[in-house]
Design a protein around this ligand. Structure first.
Ligand SMILES: [Zn+2]
Length: 478
């Protein structure tokens, strides 16, 4: 362990506004190519951008959620470069005067760590290039400008992370917050949540930062981790073999699990930023900030801590249950009805999540209501059904959306807890096994299990085990 790695992340999050950042075009996902465009986002001459107020509110909300100071005044700038998916020849972004600065986010790897957030700024997204792969269009490229002008925030961290695990934890935490705030879908595969990583190494104990490489093209949490791990190893190899790490942009190749050079520092763009003359400085009033602060929901971290404290459930359970706001709300509904936090957690985390995962479904689209799970837990508690039967009932609830009592009734599954009835059955079992009964009486107490088994068999597994135990004890020891 001669080296330590230094990692900073630049995250782009698409904001869930109905319209684009500077025009009224729709941002709906999945429409036909170039169906959501207008002269403004097509970059035609003579048009003027008009800022979308909702996107400012969303950006401010995120800034507050990660403890940033929101600047009263920020400035939109033109970032000039040529690319076919950028019809204006520049991207409207923020540069020297961003929307918000000086924030932080606490992650809980290795007993907790604070990651600094340098800045959050607003900008517009570019379009998308589609490369033909069919027999007729191979070799051709197409451009879809539906994404051109969709609002983004870029969240830039300090180089505070020291491992791929920390980077992944930070990224997940950031994504969870955006999704909790309902301002970003957080979908990495669709590109609405994207991440670039700046990675360098330095000898342990050194103050000075090493030369960094910028990693791009990581469209899942797993790839972010793999790319950073690969890059750290690569840089150590370069230094150990007497070479020097060069400043460059590298693309992650997920099929091969490696990063490869895309362009060196010399080839890097000079974006010739300057303030956009078409847009006034953005002035965020104290009133707007206060309004956003007031409407901040409980964030994942706070919810997790409250679950551990209020429900006395393990940190692991709390982490799983608060992974989405919908799941957390669902769980709280169950607990409200049962007053049994741990048992409720077992059902939601265990059976429910297992089945949802198998189907690739979300708790929102689930047929089982919190009241139904609570009803099931109640029936187990009352001894109406056994734990084993309950799992069967639950699968049926999941498939049909029916209430547990209805299912138990229609399947004739109810557990036999009636003492008179079970007493008669046990008498029959004892009468039918006089030899074993005699041996038990002579001291072979291990035969107790035999009688439990026989009674279960006689009731086709529907007898309440606690009642059997109690009755058998009475009868055998009489
Ligand atoms: Zn437009």
């Amino acid at each position: 362990m001669k080296y330590e790695s230094v990692i900073g992340l630049e995250v782009h999050a698409q904001l869930l506004t109905d319209s684009k950042l500077f025009c009224t075009c729709s941002t709906k996902f999945g429409s036909g190519p170039n169906t959501q465009v207008c002269p403004v986002c097509l970059g035609l001459p003579g048009v003027l951008p008009v800022l979308n107020r909702r996107s400012v509110e969303y950006a401010v909300k995120m800034a507050l959620a990660v403890n940033c100071r929101v600047n009263e005044k920020s400035v939109f700038a033109r970032k000039n470069y040529f690319y076919p998916d950028l019809p204006k020849g520049y991207q409207i972004s923020q540069y020297t005067e961003p929307l918000a600065e000086h924030g932080y986010l606490d992650i809980d790897t290795n007993g907790g760590k604070r990651i600094g957030i340098t800045r959050i700024h607003m900008e517009e997204d570019a379009g998308k290039l589609i490369h033909g792969e069919g027999p007729e269009d191979a070799g051709s490229s197409f451009v879809d400008l539906n994404w051109a002008g969709v609002p983004l925030i870029e969240i830039v961290s300090e180089p505070d992370m020291r491992s791929a695990d920390e980077a992944q934890a930070y990224l997940k935490s950031l994504r969870d917050i955006l999704v909790y705030l309902e301002i970003c879908s957080g979908n990495m595969e669709e590109g609405s949540f994207r991440c670039d990583a700046n990675v360098s190494i330095r000898p342990v104990g050194a103050e000075k930062l090493g030369t960094k490489a910028e990693l791009k093209n990581m469209n899942s949490f797993k790839f972010v981790k793999e790319a950073i791990e690969y890059e750290i190893e690569r840089q150590i190899d370069v230094v150990e073999s007497g070479g020097k790490v060069v400043q460059e942009t590298r693309l992650f190749d997920s099929a091969r699990g490696i990063t490869a050079s895309m362009r060196s520092k010399e080839e890097a763009h000079d974006y010739r930023y300057f303030p956009d003359p078409d847009l006034l400085p953005l002035v965020v009033s104290a009133g707007l900030i206060e309004e956003q602060r007031r409407t901040l929901p409980e964030l994942p971290e706070a919810k997790r801590e409250r679950f551990i404290k209020d429900y006395s459930i393990p940190a692991y359970d709390a982490g799983v249950l608060t992974a989405s706001k919908d799941l957390a709300n669902y769980y709280e509904e169950v607990v409200k009805a049962t007053n049994e936090p741990k048992v409720s957690s077992n059902w939601v985390m265990g059976e429910l999540l297992r089945l949802l995962k198998e189907d690739g479904r979300d708790v929102k689209d689930c047929a089982v209501t919190p009241a139904s799970i609570a009803g099931l837990i109640e029936m187990i508690k009352n001894g109406e059904i056994s734990g084993k039967m309950a799992k069967e009932v639950f699968e049926e609830m999941y498939k049909t959306g029916k209430a547990p009592r209805e299912i138990v009734k229609s399947k004739g599954m109810a557990q036999i807890s009636n003492e008179d009835e079970l007493s008669r059955i046990i008498d029959g079992v004892i009468a039918g096994n006089p030899d074993n009964f005699a041996r038990y009486k002579a001291g072979r107490v291990q035969l107790f299990g035999f009688f439990v088994g026989e009674t279960m068999k006689a009731t086709k597994g529907q007898a309440n085990p606690q009642v059997i135990n109690k009755l058998l004890k009475d009868k055998l020891e009489k």
